[in-house]
Design a protein around this ligand. Structure first.
Ligand code: PEP
Ligand code: MG
Length: 758
């Protein structure tokens, strides 16, 4: 039964194609299939077992007793067939009866056959059946024969799924080899707990057609897809638009290595030669690699395997033209999103009602995607290794970001204790909610202004819920990020007016658009040849706005009109030198004059401010302070520029502490200077939303914080239990002779002095 590799597989597939295209009933098709394979492989027995009601049932056979069809049944893990399905592995045995898992079934009459080879029929990464051949002679099957069987099994998976022959094809896609509960750990990015089913941001494509009609055409499809994929990778490498930061250098290198790997492309071509469609050929090669890798226990290789999986999936998506993310497909139930990394705009595309949590393989605390998740109140765990291997689409997940843990496929008991803990968390939240009407005043009578950061329309409700003093930072770019096209002035105006209406007497500070960096807008792409190597330090925020001044003019008009008759607080992001502030302010002033000249109602007052997040501004602050009404210190960007450490880089996320003397001394100097010039000053970075960090800021004299809404309760509780004067004296002393970080000292001080750190 010698089979010449591709040629025979192709011959089998051509014949299978005719059977599948026929109008026969599914059972007749299966009977046809076993005959074709039996003949082609010159095998005495060929059988198909399919999973029905959780057991593997003999559905068709050539060679075994006909009466055994639909009678012989094996549980998962039972006998050779059950073992193949349970382990999703191939068995190739010269003497079947000597295998420890062999289970003799008299009704089949299989005692005459010695050799046995079986391959799993795989759908959505789990076995849904087994294709087996048997022979009277005790012999091992050749590799090409096994290859041919595996290829046929792939085609069969299409046939049986289309015919609805197996248990709810793909209903639960849990892989049998990983049905057990697993617990993995990560890094807390956004606090909270969530339960939901796993949804991959980039869904796996389900291959509809496996047998090629025209092999040449399939080959061209794969060539074109390879070109497109390589282009994409080159673009990612040059623009660093690969998600938000992360260990992307390393990943990109690996991607490149695979994308240009001749061996990979050749194997896919060979699979196409055997008669598979482009999609099926890519998947077939991937299956083979997966099986081989499973035998190698090397974590490094497994990581690489993961990259290859990613790329292979990407290639299938390109070939099949299915490039959408899970957001476009829509979430159908409470879900936890899984991704290597995400951009803020990608996250905003998801339905907030159903998105309960996010798990990333990369991720860092101040990446904008994290800020957006925090604003959305979606718990997020980062830096979870190996998630694609451990989690299958549809698995139930319990995410506990506060414990930095993720439970995959929990047992009933685990769900119960999770629910119990969730209740406690909700009670804690309720306790903080009760503080809503209490003022953030320290025990020695100092009032701290506690504002919230916002950016989404729904965020305005946070003012009511938290009792905050106002919106200290309204990130206007969020509207741009959620929009498929540039929001027109009228639409911007409506949002700003609604926000001001909802805020009532409470002040709102609008920050002009801060796009660029990790907040890319597809409709505002600059030229490819201007691709940025380092977008965080690139053409972003005010730099972009001053150059594309039509954008800033439109926004100025929208803000001025929205604030008619009220106070408008405008803040410019990423001001590096005073003249940038002056130019931006002049744009607003010209718009004001233009509107005034045409009789439009103007704001009663305009207050201009700048964000201090580029250290250079600190050097010219004395020049700028007399020209501005307020200053807001953006510690997210400031930290990355002060330390020259990418805020989205996971490896650096833990390296520099917000409680390091450099940050605290720097912020203290700025704040002292602003106060001396009688300019209002506050902090609006994520740092202020963490109780210990916020305490440190109060310790250096900051008394105005704008923070994420969920943090208002805990920060208020901290403030209300704090003696500011005593803390300031302690912090001052610490900063004179500072340790590497003030974290331990401040924590101990808080404990000794009864400060409530949630
Ligand atoms: C900051 O940089 O600290 C800040 C508040 O702005 P963003 O996080 O939006 O860059
Ligand atoms: Mg910033």
């Amino acid at each position: 039964m010698a089979v010449s590799a591709a040629a025979s597989a192709r011959e089998i597939l051509t014949r299978l194609h005719d059977v599948m295209a026929s109008r026969d009933r599914a059972q007749s098709k299966l009977n046809g299939v076993v005959n074709i394979i039996g003949e082609a492989l010159d095998s005495e027995v060929c059988s198909i077992y399919l999973l029905r009601e959780g057991v593997l049932e003999l559905f068709a056979t050539r060679g075994l007793d006909e009466s055994a069809v639909h009678v012989t049944k094996l549980a998962m893990g039972e006998g050779l067939v059950g073992t193949i399905a349970a382990n999703v592995e191939t068995l190739n045995l010269a003497e079947a009866a000597t295998h420890p898992d062999f289970a003799y079934r008299p009704e089949t009459g299989e005692e005459r056959y010695h050799s046995f080879a079986g391959v799993p029929i795989i759908r959505r990464e789990r076995a849904v059946g087994v294709l087996a051949v048997q022979h009277a002679d005790p012999r091992r099957y050749e590799d090409v024969e096994i290859e041919a069987l595996q290829t046929v099994a792939m085609v069969l998976s299409e046939l049986i799924a289309n015919a609805g022959l197996i248990d709810s094809a793909g209903g639960s896609s849990t892989r049998p080899q990983s049905t057990s509960t697993e617990r993995v750990t990560g890094f807390k990015l956004v606090d909270g707990m969530a339960a939901g089913v796993a949804v991959f941001h980039q869904p796996r494509i389900h291959i509809e057609h496996t047998v090629a009609e025209d092999i040449e055409a399939e080959r061209h499809r794969v060539y074109a897809a390879f070109d497109k994929m390589r282009d994409g990778i080159e673009r990612m490498a040059s623009q660093a638009e690969f998600g938000v930061g992360g260990e992307h250098e390393e990943v990109l290198e690996t991607y490149k290595m695979f994308a240009y790997d001749e061996g990979w492309a050749r194997r896919i071509n060979e699979a196409i030669d055997s008669g598979l469609t482009a999609e099926a050929a890519i998947e077939r090669v991937q299956q083979r690699t997966r099986m081989r890798m499973r035998e190698i226990d090397d974590p490094l290789l497994r990581d690489r395997m993961h990259d290859l999986e990613d790329l292979s999936n990407r290639l299938i998506r390109i070939v099949s033209g299915q490039l959408g993310t899970a957001a476009q497909l829509g979430l159908r139930q409470d879900s936890i999103l899984i991704a290597r990394n995400l951009g803020p705009a990608e996250l905003l595309e998801y339905d907030r009602r159903r998105l309960k949590g996010v798990v990333l393989e990369d991720g860092s605390l101040t990446a904008h995607v994290t800020i957006v998740a925090r604003a959305m109140g979606v718990p997020m765990l980062g830096r979870v290794r190996d998630i694609r291997r451990l989690i299958a689409e549809g698995d139930l997940l319990l995410l506990d970001a506060s414990e930095e843990s993720l439970v995959i496929r929990p047992s009933g008991g685990m769900e119960e204790s999770f629910d119990a803990k969730l209740l406690v968390t909700q009670q804690r939240r309720a306790k903080f909610a009760k503080l809503k009407n209490e003022l953030p005043v320290t025990t020695d009578g100092h009032r701290v202004a506690l504002m919230v950061n916002a950016g989404l329309r729904d965020d305005v409700g946070a003012l009511e819920v938290t009792g905050a003093d106002g919106i200290g930072l309204f990130r206007t770019e969020f509207q741009f990020l959620v929009s498929a096209t540039l929001p027109q002035r009228e639409r911007q105006m409506r949002l700003y007016r609604d926000v001001l209406d909802a805020a009532g007497d409470r002040p709102v500070t609008f920050r002009t658009v801060d796009v660029g960096g990790d907040k890319t807008l597809p409709y505002l792409n600059h030229d490819e040849d201007e691709a940025e190597e380092n977008p965080a330090m690139g053409w972003r925020a005010l730099r972009l706005a001053l150059e594309r001044d039509a954008l800033l003019k439109a926004q100025a008009r929208a803000l001025l009109e929205a604030a008619a008759g009220r106070t408008l607080n405008v803040m410019f992001p990423m001001v590096s030198e005073p003249w940038e502030f002056d130019e931006a302010r002049a744009i607003f002033e010209r718009q004001r004059e233009w509107l005034g000249a045409r009789g439009h109602k103007l704001p009663a007052e305009i207050r201009y401010g700048a964000m201090l997040e580029v250290p250079a501004l600190a050097e010219s602050l004395d020049v700028l302070l007399p020209r501005m009404e307020f200053l807001s210190i953006g510690t997210n960007d400031l930290t990355q520029f002060l330390f020259a450490a990418d805020r989205a880089h996971p490896k650096l996320a833990m390296r520099y502490d917000w409680l390091s003397p450099s940050i605290l001394r720097f912020v203290r100097r700025i704040a002292d200077q602003a106060r001396a010039a009688d300019v209002q000053v506050g902090v609006c970075g994520e740092m202020g939303g963490r109780p210990l960090e916020a305490m440190a800021l109060i310790g250096i004299g900051i008394d105005r914080l704008s923070i994420t809404p969920a943090a208002v309760g805990p920060i208020k509780a901290m403030i209300r239990s704090l003696n500011r004067e005593k803390l300031m004296a302690h912090t001052e002393a610490l900063l004179q002779h500072p340790p590497r970080t003030l974290r331990q000292d401040l924590k101990a001080w808080a404990e000794e002095n009864g400060v409530e750190l949630a």
